[in-house]
Design a protein around this ligand. Structure first.
Ligand SMILES: *Cc1c(COP(=O)(O)O)cnc(C)c1O
Length: 369
């Protein structure tokens, strides 16, 4: 699998181990093909940036991106898949604008910065019931005990908390429709994606390049609010126009399409899940056994995507980062809110990069302990 990722000869340093949290590592194969398409898209004599979005050339890209996303998640026919502008952050307000009437209540589980932003924006459109929060422990766990009010219009949750390194490993079973922000673990594992009513993700972490947001929504959820929705923010308008209501972010969608093709070639979600589990297990195992390092979140809620850890001797942190840089390991500094380290192990990160990281931790610790 790692080989397939590296067989494309890019004109850049090949050995950088990129643990960036987002934007983040992409498969070499995707970058290679995209670099060609930047000059000449599929032999058209034009760059992908130079063709009209309504030409058959780009329509084919859009169709393939949408249908691959649908296929990989095995979505049922009630779902529509869109590629929109504005990042996941726009969805914090676009979701309630389309789904929540004023006077209605959205239940939201607060698992950190991204959920808090969803809470803030949702309040502009209706009532918010924060039914659980892990703020009391600096968001180091996923809340488990809560009741979902049956009258809630929907329940919003953040499946993977990019900053703290927590992830839902099971989802609440409820009759209330579930809306999920999957920006940082979209398409990283096998799930019953049909248990959700709306799935959104900024694509720059696990399925493409910054500039596009994927939204998969059940049609049966739409058209039920009384407010007037501005055309460009109306899901129904986007669906009717095949995500072509205005000029879509063509290059970002093209990169997503290539990334989805690559993912399918990795054995789809079953294949990538196996690899992601192996990568995370290797790194967490080192964190748990190396005397210098310590994990920061509840073990049962550990994220397979963003691995957060600290040192018992914080004065060594900077030295470790420098040491890693010498080994071509980049992007491991923790988020400014949580400090320490965060290694992001998104789909496109090869196993080899995790092996190099673990070696570096072992070596550093032998010198220091
Ligand atoms: C990065 C991230 C966002 C914000 O995404 P943008 O595309 O930058 O708006 C939202 N939610 C989660 C879980 C994220 O990781």
């Amino acid at each position: 699998m790692e080989k397939a990722n590296n067989e494309f000869n890019l004109d850049r340093k090949m050995k950088v181990h990129n643990f960036n949290a987002g934007p983040s590592v992409l498969p070499n194969e995707v970058l290679y093909k995209a670099s060609k398409a930047l000059i000449d898209f599929d032999g058209t004599g034009m760059s992908i940036l130079e063709i009209g979005h309504r030409t058959p050339y780009f329509m084919a890209v859009m169709d393939e991106a949408r249908s691959l996303a649908r296929e990989l998640m095995q979505l049922d026919d009630d779902f529509e898949v869109m590629f929109l502008h504005g990042g996941a952050s726009t969805q914090f307000m676009q979701v309630p604008m389309n789904l929540l009437d004023s006077g209605e209540t959205a239940a939201i589980i607060d698992t950190g910065v991204w959920s808090s932003k969803a809470i803030k924006e949702t309040k502009n459109f209706g009532f918010v019931d924060v039914i659980a929060s892990s703020k009391d422990a600096n968001y180091t766990y996923i809340p488990k005990n809560y009741t979902i009010p049956p009258q809630a219009k929907y329940l919003h949750l953040t499946s993977n908390n990019t900053i703290y390194g927590t992830q839902y490993h099971s989802f609440p079973q409820t009759d209330v429709p579930v809306v999920v922000d999957m920006s940082s673990d979209i398409l990283s594992r096998q799930l019953d994606y049909n248990q959700f009513s709306l799935i959104y993700a900024g694509v720059q972490k696990n399925m493409g390049a910054a500039g596009a947001t994927m939204v998969a929504v059940r049609k049966s959820m739409l058209g039920k609010v009384s407010r007037k929705i501005p055309t460009i923010l109306d899901y129904n308008q986007h669906i009717e126009n095949g995500s072509m209501l205005n000029t879509p972010p063509v290059f970002a969608i093209y990169i997503s399409m290539l990334t989805l093709r690559w993912l399918k070639g990795q054995g789809g979600l079953a294949g990538i899940e196996k690899l992601n589990e192996k990568k995370a297990a290797l790194l967490y195992d080192e964190i748990d056994h190396n005397p210098l390092f310590r994990g920061t979140v509840a073990k049962e809620d550990r994220s397979l995507m963003n691995v957060c850890f600290i040192m018992d001797k914080p004065e060594l942190e900077e030295e470790f980062v420098k040491f890693c840089k010498k080994e071509d390991i980049v992007g491991i500094k923790g988020h400014r809110l949580s400090g320490g380290f965060r290694a992001s192990l998104y789909n496109a990160l090869p196993m080899e990069s995790v092996e190099v990281m673990v070696e570096a931790m072992k070596y550093f610790s032998l010198k220091k302990v």
